[in-house]
Design a protein around this ligand. Structure first.
Ligand SMILES: Cc1cc2nc3c(=O)[nH]c(=O)nc-3n(C[C@H](O)[C@H](O)[C@H](O)COP(=O)(O)OP(=O)(O)OC[C@H]3O[C@@H](n4cnc5c(N)ncnc54)[C@H](O)[C@@H]3O)c2cc1C
Length: 483
């Protein structure tokens, strides 16, 4: 535990005095995995020092904001993997229904110490605050969802990828360290009573979530093992084409890891290390800016320059773009509000609020994928059927909602509502930062035009010029037919 990078992930959330307890509790919330989980290893390590067992608990909130069966099923499938992983390691695990702080405090009644992982959204931070304020023992937060933690990269809200990139790159080398996996010295017996997450249907039956939109297990099955299978498939068969084809809507050349990252079922740090981020850093230190051909990367098949360059492009998304989104929500209390957008963007959209719109649709019409634009309809259909959408189409999809809404504020709210309802990876820092990007966040002013003002514009002709849009529509049609 002496490693400085690890230590920088640890925050004491209260000043309660140490107390003799029966176990150390890890209240798992954001980081739902047993691999590369600093909070879990910290809890087991401290339990060994205190000569008590470690206990892990998870609270299933029956009414999580915006969550439907689509999200719950993915999460419960993941918790079944956590249960199996902890059992293999001899660590007790209890799952209960209820308000997370109440569950953590109840299960932590006899704890010497409560450890939690970090949550970035407002309500997740509040939950931790509530536990820390009420607990009778020390509460310690351990960050484990960003390779370079937010504060290590920057102490303020960053303007754009170009401003945070050098900061993340600078701190990357020291943070590319896997936490040691620690064996527990003591076992908790008996384990407190809880819910059996192995029976996914029974657990789903007890949550009061909307049944619509329904599960998408055919496309995204939750859990650490599914996450790693997906990662390996991507690394071995698509990564090499990532830089060149990632934006092509029908290519399928992307990792599909965002739902797993969202639920903490896989760690960006472990992915980066597996892909040879050490060589990437070595390239940076040699002043190459981006990696060129560095043979022998961990877990990679060839030493081709294309592969290295694609790997770098992927690390840019995983570490820099994602890091920027986390930076945004961490340093912006009202990250989910239109008012949080940059002044220039709100100003220019305001100047054009009276402009005639080419079309105006309600949220219901949009949700039904019934607009005059077949590409947009295909994107909305992809989202509804699969719980995801190709990255470039997400941009187009969002830009058109801005254009077809009666006001920018209304467009912003509609986009966020659809995003968080239908995407398995919705309600993530990435959701808020990227919907904000549609409205000018982390971007710069462009040529002024109707409705958008100086906010970046996109149109169907641009899609047709760059991509095979017939192939994309066909792909989505096939998905619908298989429904
Ligand atoms: C309007 C709009 C809404 C979006 N909503 C979400 C959302 O709700 N949840 C979400 O996770 N992402 C969102 N994104 C960002 C991005 O589109 C997805 O992360 C990506 O498409 C997920 O697919 P993937 O895992 O195959 O990505 P890959 O291309 O394989 O990238 C790997 C990882 O890098 C990160 N990443 C990739 N692109 C971005 C980006 N633009 N910004 C930040 N991180 C990125 C993600 O964690 C992703 O899983 C949105 C983008 C837009 C334009």
């Amino acid at each position: 535990m002496s490693d400085a990078a690890f230590a920088s992930r640890i925050t004491e959330l209260n000043d309660a005095l140490p107390r003799a307890g029966a176990y150390v509790l890890y209240w798992m919330q954001n980081s739902q995995r047993t691999r590369c989980n600093h909070a879990l290893e910290y809890a087991i390590g401290r339990a060994n020092e205190l000569r008590v067992p470690a206990l892990v608990c998870f609270a299933v909130t029956p009414d999580y904001p915006d969550a439907s069966e689509r999200h719950y099923r993915f999460m419960i499938e993941g918790l079944a993997d956590v249960a199996a992983g902890l059992k293999r390691r001899g660590v007790a695990f209890v799952v209960r229904f209820g308000d997370p702080p109440a569950v953590a405090l109840d299960v932590g009644r006899d704890a010497s110490l409560i450890v939690c992982d970090r949550g970035y959204l407002r309500h997740l931070r509040q939950w931790r605050f509530d536990v820390a304020r009420t607990a009778r023992c020390p509460v310690v937060e351990v960050e484990t969802d960003l390779a370079v933690p937010v504060e290590a990269a920057s102490s303020k809200r960053e303007y754009a990828a170009r401003t945070i990139r050098p900061r993340i790159h600078r701190r990357l080398a020291e943070h590319l360290v896997m936490p040691d996996q620690i064996d527990p010295d003591h076992l908790l017996d008996p384990v407190p009573a809880g819910v059996d997450v192995g029976d996914v249907d029974a657990v789903i039956g007890r949550v009061s979530a909307d049944v619509y939109p329904g599960p998408v297990s055919r496309f995204f099955r939750g859990g650490e093992s599914a996450a790693w299978s997906r990662f390996e498939r991507f690394r071995d068969s698509a990564l090499e084409r990532y830089e060149e084809q990632r934006s092509e809507p029908a290519s399928g050349v992307a990792s599909g890891l965002s739902p797993y990252l969202h639920f903490g079922q896989i760690s960006d740090l472990e992915i980066a290390i597996e892909l040879g981020a050490h060589e990437f850093v070595a390239g940076l230190e040699q002043g190459k800016g981006r990696m060129s051909n560095q043979p022998g990367s961990v877990g990679m098949r060839t030493d081709s320059a294309t592969l290295a360059s694609s790997r770098d492009a992927f690390l840019e998304e995983l570490l820099v773009r994602r890091g920027l989104a986390f930076n945004y929500v961490w340093y912006t209390p009202n990250y989910d509000r239109y008012e949080a957008l940059p002044d220039w963007a709100r100003g220019t959209l305001d100047d054009h609020r009276g402009d005639e719109r080419p079309a105006c649709y309600t949220q219901e019409q949009l949700e039904a994928a019934r607009t005059h634009d077949e590409y947009w309809n295909a994107a909305m259909t992809e989202m509804k059927v699969t719980g995801s959408m190709q990255n470039y189409m997400r941009m187009y999809w969002g830009k058109k909602i801005l254009e077809w809404s009666k006001s920018p504020e209304h467009g912003f709210e509609t986009t966020l509502a659809l995003n968080n309802r239908f995407f398995v990876d919705g309600r993530d820092p990435n959701s808020y930062a990227n919907v904000g990007w549609i409205y000018g966040l982390h971007d710069r002013p462009w040529t002024e035009r109707d409705v958008f003002g100086k906010v970046r514009y996109m149109n169907a002709k641009g899609l047709e010029r760059k991509f095979d849009m017939a192939a994309y529509r066909l792909k989505v049609d096939e998905l619908t037919r298989r429904e």
